[in-house]
Design a binder for this molecule. Sequence first.
Ligand code: PMP
Length: 355
Amino acid sequence: MSKFFSDKYAALTPYVPGEQPKDAQYIKLNTNESPFAPPLSVVQAATAEAGKLQLYSDPECTPLIEHAAKTWQVKKTQVIATNGSDEVLNFAFMAFCDKNHPIVFPDITYGFYSVFAQLNGIPYETIPSKEDFSVDYRQYVGIGKNIVIANPNAPTGLALSRAQIEEIVRSNPDNVVIVDEAYVDFGGESCVPLIDKYDNLLVTQTFSKSRSLAGGRLGVGFGCESLIADLNTLRFSTNPYNVNRMTMAAGCAALCEEEYFREKCADIMRTRAYTTRALKELGFEVLDSKTNFVFAQTDKITGEELYKQLKARGVLVRHFKGGRIENFNRITIGTKEQMDVFLQKVKEILEENEV
Ligand code: PMP
């Protein structure tokens, strides 16, 4: 830390992204990326924009907002586009939370929420998940504080129903409920259809997972007009060109390829069922995932040891140190071929550890 670093950030613990090693060819099942490249139309749309990079991108994100409004069947004024959904989440923390408006979220969830809270000097509380790692939605009903819930949740993969989320939103009319739907396209129920009914609901989604654009950095937020206007105030006060030209074009093209992405999501869900079955046969407990990853543990080997031994064999999964999830690993669902290699390595490791 330099002597110039502001005191207000002295205690900040930054988010730790999944490792992106450059030293070997790994099967990467650690950052919930799509194993599928975007379709050619998306690549071509992005490439065509590269020749115009001397010009700023459209700060209103006009074509993208129009496409998104059509796709999600909302008004253009009910959508915001951001640099990944991490950015819209940060804007929401900045816009709706402060010392007098704390935020609550489950204890086992996306690690960035506590970072956004710390970064913005927002007090936060975590609510313990149940023994089976599910979120007890009743604990949020009428809580009278701002709330952020990943639905489906990460890293557990478990989902609440739309009716359960609606009960949380309905019972906290004076607080903002942020529903982070980064993984919703893999079997969750979206709350976007509720934004006309509740002025305290903000739903965020990403193009990083189901639309194969993690490297493009594109997220979207949906809410009533006034919530979106607040988020835009922050966007224009930080970086009005937050979505670059190539990503904006790629995002528009991606929304014209819904059939392609639906098929890829269906493929991932089939491979998820296959992987879950195979892991259970090997003696793992696997949580019921509605995402593009599974969260699994076994009493045959510790989570950390399995992570290390898989890495040594060229397969990366995500292990979170400490607490109730110490023995688990989060395994991104790749192609069937990648999962077969992963399962084979797991089998070998378990056999070697038995003797
Ligand atoms: N929410 C959750 C629950 C996530 O796991 C992620 C991915 N790390 C994000 C939001 C942010 O994704 P992105 O910024 O790529 O849209």
